[in-house]
Ligand binder design. Structure first.
Ligand code: BES
Ligand code: ZN
Length: 456
C-alpha cells in the first residue's frame, strides 16, 4: 500500500531530514531585527529550494516586509480538494545568549531533543510538512490532493503584511482546508488538535518627564518621576485578585462553561506546570483554574520595562523617560479594535499629572475557535492516530496565530491546528527545543493527512 511505502520512505530518510533541518535552523532569520534582514531572506531562499527539491513549484513573493515563500502543486486536478499548509520561517530573537546551553543558531541534539532557536517555533514544524510532501512525491510521483504551502517571514512580529498578501492573492490561494502546525501537544505521546487560540492587542507606553535625566537629590521630590508614573499605570491593570481593572474589558468575554468539559478531559497537573515555569507559585485570576486562565480568560501582561539606571552599583538619577510594552491576550468574542480603545482610554485616564504619556497599539489579532467537526477535523484526527497510535485530545492554546482567523475570513475554509510542540519546549526563551520523536511522528502525521484528505 502507498501509505506503508510513504512511511517507510520517511523512516529511511529521517537522518537526512534532520541534517537539512539543521541547515534551516542555522540561519538566524530573526524577523524583529533589521540587521537580520539578509538572513531572513536567506532562510526564505533556502526553504524555496527545499520545496522545489520536494517537487513543488516554489516562488519568493515580495511583501512590504519580509517575503512569503509560496509552494504549489496542482497536479491532483480541479476536482480534487486543495489543502493550504501554513507555517512561519521567521524566529524570535535569541537573546539573552548567555543563557543558552549551546548557541541558538548551532542546532544540537541532547536527550532526544533538537535544541535551537526556531526548532519547534516554527521551522521544525513547517519543515516536516515539506518532508511529508517529498515522501509522497518520491514514493508515488504525485500528491493525493492539491497543495499550497504558505511560509511566512513575519509571524513573530504580527503578520501585518500577510493579510494584504492574502487578500490580493485570494483566488490563487483558494483552498478547501488549511493546516497549521505551530502549536503544542498537551503531553508527550498525546497528539493534540488545537481547539482555540487567543487573540492579541499589543501596546507600547512611553512616559516623558523632564527634558533629560536629573540629579535625584537636587530635583527628586519636586518633579513627577516617569518610572513611578509608569509603575502606577501598569499597577492599575489588575486588582490583587488578578482581575483586570480596565473598564469594559470583560464585556464581550464568553462564559467559560462551554470549554469546561474539554478542560476536564485533559491530563494536567498544576504542580508539574508550576515546575515547568520555575515560578515559586502559580498566580492568576481568582475563581479560575490554570487551564481556564490560559485558554478561556483574557490577560494583560507587561512584556518589558525600560527606565533609569540599571547598571552596576548605584547612580542617583531621576530618569527622564520610561517605557513599557504590554500585551493583552484576548478570547472570544473580544474584538481587538474595541480592546485598543478601552486600553488607550484607561491609560490616559490613570496617567498621573506631571508627565506626558503616549500610548499606541503596535499590532493585533483576533481570537479564534476551531470548528470541531467536518472532514478536515476527521482527517486530522485519523492522521494523528496513524502516527501516534492513539486518538488526539482537544486543547485550547494560550498563544496567538493572528493569521488563522484571517485565513477563515478571506479564504472561507476551515483551519486545522495540528501542533507537535511539547510543554517546556522553551519557545521564545533560551534553550528552545523540539522533540526528535515529534519531528518524526509529525512527518508521518503530515503525510497521512494528505491521504486522509483525499479520501474525504
Ligand atoms: N507558535 C506560536 C503561537 C502559539 C503559542 C500557539 C503557543 C499555540 C500555543 C507563534 O509563533 C507565536 O508565538 N505567536 C505570537 C503572535 C504574536 C507575535 C502576534 C504570540 O503568540 O506571541
Ligand atoms: Zn512564536
Amino acid at each position: 500500500m502507498d501509505t506503508n511505502r510513504i512511511d517507510a520512505y520517511i523512516d529511511e530518510n529521517l537522518p537526512r531530514f534532520r541534517e537539512e533541518l539543521f541547515e534551516f535552523l542555522g540561519i538566524p532569520s530573526v524577523s524583529a531585527r533589521s540587521e537580520r534582514k539578509a538572513d531572513v531572506r536567506r532562510a526564505a531562499a533556502w526553504l524555496a529550494d527545499r520545496m522545489r527539491a520536494a517537487g513543488l513549484d516554489a516562488a519568493i513573493e515580495e511583501t512590504a516586509g519580509h517575503p512569503v515563500v509560496l509552494g504549489e502543486w496542482r497536479g491532483a486536478g480541479p476536482d480534487a480538494p486543495t489543502v493550504l499548509i501554513y507555517g512561519h520561517y521567521d524566529v524570535q530573537p535569541a537573546e539573552p545568549l548567555e543563557l543558552w546551553t549551546s548557541p541558538p543558531f548551532e542546532p544540537t541534539i541532547r536527550d532526544g531533543r533538537i535544541y535551537a532557536r526556531g526548532a519547534v517555533d516554527d521551522k521544525g514544524q513547517l519543515f516536516l510538512h515539506v518532508k511529508a510532501i517529498e515522501a509522497h512525491m518520491r514514493t508515488t510521483g504525485r500528491l493525493p490532493v492539491n497543495v499550497v504551502v504558505v511560509a511566512e517571514g513575519e509571524e513573530e512580529v504580527g503578520s501585518e503584511n500577510l493579510v494584504p498578501f492574502l487578500e490580493a492573492n485570494a483566488a490563487r490561494l483558494r483552498a478547501d482546508a488549511i493546516v497549521v502546525s505551530d502549536s503544542s501537544m498537551v503531553a508527550p505521546g498525546v497528539p493534540t488538535i488545537g481547539a482555540s487560540l487567543r487573540g492579541i492587542s499589543y501596546f507600547q507606553i512611553d512616559v516623558r518627564g523632564p527634558a533629560q535625566d536629573l540629579h535625584s537629590g537636587s530635583y527628586g521630590g519636586a518633579v513627577m518621576n516617569p518610572a513611578t508614573a509608569l509603575a502606577r499605570i501598569t499597577a492599575s491593570f489588575h486588582d490583587a485578585d488578578g482581575r483586570i481593572q480596565i473598564p469594559g474589558f470583560y464585556d464581550d468575554v464568553r462564559p467559560p462553561e462551554e470549554m469546561r468539559e474539554q478542560i476536564a478531559r485533559v491530563p494536567f497537573s498544576e504542580e508539574a506546570f508550576r515546575e515547568e515555569t520555575g515560578s515559586p507559585a502559580l498566580f492568576g485570576e481568582k475563581g479560575f483554574g490554570t487551564l481556564e486562565r490560559l485558554w478561556v480568560r483574557p490577560t494583560c501582561e507587561v512584556n518589558g520595562l525600560l527606565s533609569g539606571y540599571t547598571g552596576e552599583g548605584s547612580k542617583t538619577v531621576l530618569p527622564s523617560t520610561a517605557m513599557a510594552k504590554v500585551s493583552c491576550r484576548l478570547v472570544p468574542d473580544q474584538d481587538p479594535a474595541r480592546i485598543a480603545e478601552l486600553f488607550i482610554a484607561h491609560v490616559r485616564r490613570v496617567a498621573p499629572p506631571g508627565v506626558v504619556v503616549d500610548v499606541r497599539e503596535l499590532h493585533s489579532g483576533k481570537p479564534w475557535r476551531a470548528r470541531l467537526e467536518g472532514p478536515l477535523h476527521e482527517a486530522g484526527a485519523r492522521a494523528l492516530e496513524h502516527a501516534f497510535g492513539r486518538a488526539p485530545v482537544l486543547a485550547g492554546e494560550g498563544g496567538s496565530i493572528p493569521i488563522v482567523s484571517d485565513f477563515e475570513r478571506v479564504l472561507g475554509a476551515p483551519v486545522l491546528l495540528m501542533g507537535f510542540g511539547l510543554p517546556g519546549e522553551n519557545a521564545h526563551a533560551p534553550d528552545e527545543w523540539m522533540s526528535l520523536e515529534n519531528f518524526e511522528k509529525g512527518t508521518h502525521a503530515a503525510a497521512a493527512l494528505l491521504s486522509e484528505l483525499a479520501a474525504r
